[in-house]
Design a binder for this molecule. Structure first.
Ligand code: IMP
Length: 184
């Protein structure tokens, strides 16, 4: 199965989940135009349609957004832009004095045969007032999952995968791929 992403961290997290499933994972380090849409689902879907023009093998890609309900869902579909501009420190400033609860949403789009199928995962938590940790990427240093004390950037990949937005979406994808395999 081919994973299309230019993000090394996403590849590492997803590869750790495929490890031991018997399904080989190939990393296609391809940059594609991310079309701006109102939802993570639509960005993922439109990106998949775009990549299908060039890649005719079965593949999947994913899009992730960080949603803060007290900011009316911002940055949501604008998460890459916000990370590249004001960064997580800017987001921390925006939530100061507000409800800090937030959630990540990952939507995988699988292009297989003639169709596109989506798989989703959500991780609830909150934006921390202090950035902590050095693993991971993006908003990991300021995101504390519900019921945990550590930020995502203080966790090893396997621990993050156990309950993360991406981990959940990938485990449903893997279940689906296994269900397609001919029964031995
Ligand atoms: P995209 O899916 O690459 O468009 O991600 C949108 C933004 O969210 C980027 O700035 C990423 O760095 C950030 N992001 C995506 N996934 C994660 C994650 O698992 N942890 C922290 N930040 C993430």
């Amino acid at each position: 199965m081919i994973l299309v992403t230019s993000n090394r961290h996403k590849f590492q997290e997803i590869a750790a989940m495929f490890h031991g499933t018997g399904i080989p994972l190939e990393w296609r380090q391809m940059k594609y135009e991310e079309i701006q849409e109102d939802t993570t689902e639509m960005i993922s879907y439109r990106s998949c349609v775009e990549v299908r023009k060039y890649l005719h093998d079965d593949f999947f890609l994913e899009d992730t957004g960080l949603y803060v309900p007290s900011l009316y869902g911002f940055p949501g579909p604008y998460s890459s832009y916000v990370n590249a501009t004001i960064g997580y420190a800017g987001l921390q400033r925006l939530v100061e004095g507000k409800d800090r609860r937030a959630y990540f949403k990952t939507v995988i789009s699988l292009s297989m045969g003639g169709s596109i199928t989506q798989f989703g995962g959500i991780l609830r938590g909150e934006i921390s007032s202090k950035a902590r940790g050095t693993t991971g990427f993006g908003f990991d240093p300021v995101f504390i999952p519900e019921g945990e004390n550590l930020t995502l950037a203080e966790m090893e990949i396997d621990l993050k995968n156990r309950f993360s937005h991406r981990g959940r979406a990938v485990s449903v994808l893997i279940e689906y791929l296994i269900s397609l395999e001919p029964k031995r």
